[in-house]
Ligand binder design. Structure first.
Ligand code: E4P
Length: 218
């Protein structure tokens, strides 16, 4: 499973890179606003830090013509830029045109298997079903994800699925169990994945015993 970081914060991106756990980045206007920097400065910094892995940047115009204009500008910022398009009727028109132009798209705000089917048929590069936001309203995000995986298998749809709106480590575990191609994970959850109290307790005991036994390797 590829691990994307769902962030626009450069410090978080650097930490994930140091761990060797960064296969790509997804951002959205909310995440960019959280950096407190002008959006373009924040985006250019990310592209400089990660020049060789997919970085999703979202359009903000709501008309298909506007989305296409913004997408073309954003795509010029780097070869690895992927354009996030919201799943709306206007968005669908934009996805088709951008796919034909060879601009990579990530269809965002996907909440149902049928939305994912449509985005896949139109040639989207990625689709992002939002697990946490579905759970928030009492639906089952994982079930939606499972159905999308199944539908794509049924029809040999090559669009890659990015499990998004991940809230906790158990979402990640279940994504991996389902075999989803990519999970985009907030930094806090990534950090939690690397921690286990029994590892810490076990290590403390090993070090204590090594000291008692006078074990010194170098
Ligand atoms: C995905 O690409 C989105 O940026 C993100 O996962 C949204 O997550 P949220 O529901 O936690 O805002």
């Amino acid at each position: 499973m590829k691990i994307f970081l769902d962030t626009a914060k450069i410090e978080e991106i650097r930490r994930a890179k140091e761990w060797g756990l960064l296969d790509g980045i997804t951002t959205n206007p909310t995440l960019l606003a959280q950096t407190g920097k002008p959006w373009k400065e924040a985006v250019l910094e990310i592209i400089k830090e990660v020049p060789d892995k997919p970085i999703s940047l979202e359009v903000i115009d709501t008309t298909w013509e506007g989305m296409i204009r913004e997408a073309r500008e954003l795509a010029k910022m780097g070869d690895n830029v992927v354009i996030k398009i919201p799943f709306t009727q206007e968005g669908l028109k934009a996805i088709r045109v951008l796919s034909q132009e060879g601009i990579k798209t990530n269809v965002t705000l996907i909440f149902s298997p049928l939305q994912a089917l449509v985005a896949g048929k139109l040639g989207a590069t990625y689709v992002s079903p939002f697990l946490g936001r579905l759970d928030d309203i009492g639906h089952d995000g994982m079930l939606v994800l499972e159905e999308i995986i199944h539908i794509y298998e049924n029809y040999g749809i090559e669009t890659q699925i990015i499990a998004a709106s991940i809230r906790h480590v158990d979402h990640v575990r279940r994504c991996a169990h389902l075999g989803v191609a990519i999970a985009t994970i907030p930094f806090k959850v990534l950090e939690q994945m690397l921690k286990h109290p029994l590892t810490d307790i076990g290590l403390a005991k090993f070090i204590e015993d090594a000291q008692k036994a006078g074990i010194q390797i170098l």
